[in-house]
Design a protein around this ligand. Structure first.
Ligand SMILES: NC(=O)C1=CN([C@@H]2O[C@H](COP(=O)(O)OP(=O)(O)OC[C@H]3O[C@@H](n4cnc5c(N)ncnc54)[C@H](O)[C@@H]3O)[C@@H](O)[C@H]2O)[C@@H](O)CC1
Ligand SMILES: Nc1ncnc2c1ncn2[C@@H]1O[C@H](COP(=O)(O)OP(=O)(O)O)[C@@H](O)[C@H]1O
Ligand SMILES: [K+]
Length: 495
């Protein structure tokens, strides 16, 4: 996984396809290669002579199915081809592929779903354009009810390639063979769950060039940001490695800040200070060693501390309380133009007041890290940001709206920059769904920004490192473990 991986949109795939054809490879050759790739994965899923049911749709995805059916029949599998449209409605390469199929064509209603050893889903791919109905819907219902192994061609039918959303109903596949590149819908939920194991077949299309002015979405891989990871050099001193300031909540709500602070220190921030309300100094002092501690009373206190320019990255939000004083602290921090990470209560305190964040963060590197609940509360009353069914689109729009890097968390965390770049993370583990895990993520990202890593790269790297740390521990993980798992992840990245 050493290269950058672009996840093309359906439109970008059509363009890449057209470019390959223009460069001299006929569309039917591409389709034949696609069908061959499907046939060889299908073979690996069954025993010789097995019964394979290929369910084909009206477009080129169905065409791939016809090619695969012919190849499998030539190799003496018992192939049944069910077509979810009238044969005379097939056009172009798909019609040509159907001509190559000499066996019978069965209507979906008559197809033996339950007795197949393998079902190949070739109903729809990147051309899915609306919610499913009619024969295609019936076919998907029968596939999912059959309990038989399913191999999807390009995408599980019913999954939107760009968003991973289910268009009414979708095939639950065990494996998916896709062409040229994975698509966002393979990584975003629920598409990721429906796709099963995804394999990419090279069919001679270059799908890694979005074009200079195009919106690009990438899979979160170290190749995107490892070059920007901070690497201390011989002459480094601690202030050069940055000073992260983490705001603590009141006396009974101090743990979150300490989790973030420890993570910031572990990721390499030269110094880390917890700024604590006076009544919580005692409890914070009892638990901190390498992390420093300062009293800080409300927004004025924060303003006073920030007179020291060496505090160059701030974490605001975890357990800070949902109230006007938190909003005022965000205002102080924003005006101070330090690298800023806002999470949890710093976001929820703006419930219904997101317009105060409109274009607020262009002046300094800022990262917002909401989970879905926080996102929905923050942008209440902004249907343009909340309504797009695509998580990618919501994150992109919110980033453009606020001027901050937006980290929309979850199993399929999306990181979006105000300029439209977006990245989908996939190396997490459900064991990260544990109290305080988000606080640790805050510290990691802020600690990277303290070391002068640009906000977008810091957010992508932080999300990946957090997930890798969690995955390296597995069952029993609690958020206190996370910071101490960072060094191993870092050494792998830096060596
Ligand atoms: N040229 C390429 O880019 C290549 C594409 N290939 C295959 O072609 C697929 C894309 O082909 P198409 O663009 O023809 O699209 P699809 O085959 O995915 O489906 C498009 C067809 O389904 C209809 N349709 C869309 N949504 C529907 C719905 N909900 N209910 C009923 N009908 C619906 C459309 O009107 C159109 O006829 C890819 O996913 C891939 O499998 C491969 O053949 C390899 C090369
Ligand atoms: N099922 C999951 N798979 C992978 N990562 C997850 C999953 N559930 C949660 N996470 C990650 O765990 C972290 C939880 O953060 P958050 O919801 O803010 O929790 P808390 O407020 O308890 O710290 C986020 O980074 C999120 O992406
Ligand atoms: K399909």
């Amino acid at each position: 996984m050493t290269r950058v991986e672009l996840l093309p949109t359906a439109q970008q795939m059509r363009e890449a396809d057209a470019a390959a054809i223009a460069a001299g490879t006929p569309g039917f050759v591409l389709m034949t290669r696609a069908g061959e790739a499907v046939a060889s994965v299908a073979e690996s899923m069954v025993t010789p002579g097995a019964q394979v049911l290929v369910v084909a749709g009206p477009g080129n995805n169905g065409g791939d199915g016809f090619v695969a059916a012919r190849i499998l029949q030539d190799r003496e599998y018992r192939v049944i081809l069910a077509l979810a449209t009238a044969r005379d409605r097939l056009r172009g390469d798909a019609a040509k592929a159907a001509e190559g199929w000499v066996g019978e064509v069965t209507p979906v209603q008559a197809a033996p779903f339950e007795s197949a050893d393998l079902i190949v889903d070739a109903l729809f791919g990147t051309g899915l354009g609306r919610d499913l109905a009619g024969d295609a819907r019936l076919a998907i219902e029968r596939i999912n009810a059959s309990g038989r192994p399913v191999l999807a061609v390009d995408l599980p039918s019913g999954i939107d390639s760009d968003s991973g959303e289910v268009r009414g109903l979708a095939v639950l596949a065990d494996r998916t063979v896709t062409f040229a590149a994975r698509k966002p819908g393979h990584l975003l939920l629920p598409g990721r769950r429906f796709s099963g194991l995804v394999e990419v077949a090279d069919i001679g299309i270059d799908a890694q060039a979005p074009g200079a002015d195009r919106i690009a979405t990438f899979a979160n891989r170290p190749a995107l940001w490892s070059g920007a990871l901070p690497r201390p050099h011989l002459g480094s001193h601690k202030y050069e490695r940055g000073h992260t300031l983490v705001l603590s909540g009141g006396a009974t709500r101090t743990g979150a800040a300490r989790l973030a602070a420890r993570a910031a220190l572990r990721i390499g921030s030269g110094l880390v200070t917890v700024a604590s309300p006076p009544e919580a100094i005692g409890v914070n002092a009892a638990h901190l060693t390498a992390v420093m501690l300062r009293g800080c009373e409300g927004p004025e206190g924060l303003h006073a501390i920030l007179q020291d320019q060496r505090f160059n990255a701030l974490v605001l939000g975890p357990a800070l309380g949902v109230h006007a004083a938190t909003r005022a602290m965000v205002a102080v921090a924003t005006l101070a133009r330090r690298s800023l990470l806002l999470d949890a209560d710093a976001l929820t305190s703006f419930e219904g007041l997101a317009s105060e964040m409109h274009q607020a963060f262009h002046h300094a590197p800022t990262v917002l890290t909401p989970h879905d609940g926080e996102f929905n509360r923050l942008f209440k009353g902004h249907p343009d940001l909340l309504d797009p069914p695509s998580k990618l689109e919501r994150a992109r729009r919110a980033a453009a709206y606020t001027g901050a890097v937006l980290v929309l968390k979850g199993m399929d965390t999306v990181i979006a920059a105000p300029d439209g770049r977006a990245v989908i993370n996939e190396n997490g583990t459900p064991y990260l769904a544990t109290a305080g895990s988000g606080d640790t993520l805050c510290g990691i990202i802020a600690g990277l920004m303290a070391q002068h890593m640009p906000a977008f790269e810091a957010a992508c790297a932080g999300v990946w490192i957090h997930a890798a740390a969690g995955a390296s521990f597995g069952p029993g993980l609690i958020s206190e473990d996370l910071a101490d798992l960072i060094p191993n992840v870092l050494s792998d990245l830096l060596n």
